[in-house]
Write a protein that binds this ligand. Structure first.
Ligand code: UGA
Ligand code: MN
Length: 245
């Protein structure tokens, strides 16, 4: 199956560095289709150029987050992930099944091992695995007994029905197509509940397929990039050339 990676991304000083790191990983994965969704009213020149030179199959979409949702404490990238889902559904709706595919939500700042893609490629419905450096712990993971998920090792909001980060699961294309209404919701979605709100529309905890050796290996890290120091950036453009960073 093809792996579809949906990546929301937004303009900021480190954007091109993040996308470069991500493309360097994705380029090493066979049959990966990158769905890059800009949080913007239009496709930016920077990302357009980047995609053209990325050297992997890529679909470049854009949708702006409404201003009222751009606030600390509110979930990020809801509209962008939904745009990726809509594109996937639209592209496949006229094709006859079976349509082998696996969908994965790949934020632009995380760190992904190549082994992760081998693991997720065998997803039948919904698969799960540990995520490193998240939830105020070294890792979070689904707790597995006799091959089934029976609970969650987490340090944060253990009341979540699926106590898992966006980077901790993959969904087969069949499941996405057979649940056409499953989307990320703004209304009522509290911080950290996006994953649960989405997953409960398409699966149950009992049904989850544990990957990464029964969820005992960390193959993805919820890394976050430090905000860059631009304290010495001149107020007006002083350089003799205009350089894209
Ligand atoms: C955590 C989770 O890992 C994310 O999956 C979740 O979307 C997020 O919380 C949340 O609060 O909703 P975190 O590292 O805090 O992640 O979030 P970011 O990495 O800053 O953002 C997640 C993704 O959305 C990134 O790919 C980022 O580029 C994108 N984003 C962020 C936008 O498209 N627009 C924004 O205004 C902010
Ligand atoms: Mn992040």
């Amino acid at each position: 199956p093809t792996i579809y990676a949906i990546t929301p991304t937004y303009s900021r000083p480190v954007q091109k560095a993040e996308l470069t790191r991500l493309a360097n990983t994705f380029r090493q994965v066979s049959r990966l289709h990158w769905i890059l969704v800009e949080d913007a009213a239009a496709r930016s020149e920077l990302v357009t150029r980047f995609v053209a030179g990325a050297g992997l199959p890529c679909t470049h979409l854009h949708v702006p987050t409404p201003r009222r949702y751009k606030r600390p404490g509110l979930p990020r990238a809801t509209e962008q992930r939904n745009a990726g889902l809509a594109w996937l559904r639209q592209r496949h709706q006229h094709l006859p099944p079976p349509q082998p595919g696996v969908l994965f939500f790949a934020d632009d700042d995380n760190t992904y091992s190549l082994e992760l893609f081998q693991e997720m490629r065998t997803t039948r419905k919904v698969s799960v695995w540990p995520v490193g450096l998240v939830g105020g712990r070294r890792y979070e993971r689904p707790v597995v007994e006799n091959g089934k998920v029976v609970g969650w090792y987490t340090g944060w909001r253990a009341d979540r029905p699926f106590a898992i980060d966006m980077a901790g699961f993959a969904v087969s294309l069949q499941v996405i197509l057979s649940h056409p209404k499953a989307v990320f919701k703004r209304r009522g979605s509290q911080p950290g509940m996006q994953e649960s709100d989405f997953l409960k529309q398409i699966t149950t905890v009992e049904e989850l397929e544990p990957k990464a050796n029964n969820c005992t290996k960390v193959l993805v890290w919820h890394t976050r990039t430090e905000k860059v120091n631009l304290a010495n950036e001149p107020k007006y453009h002083l350089d003799t050339v205009n350089i894209e960073v």
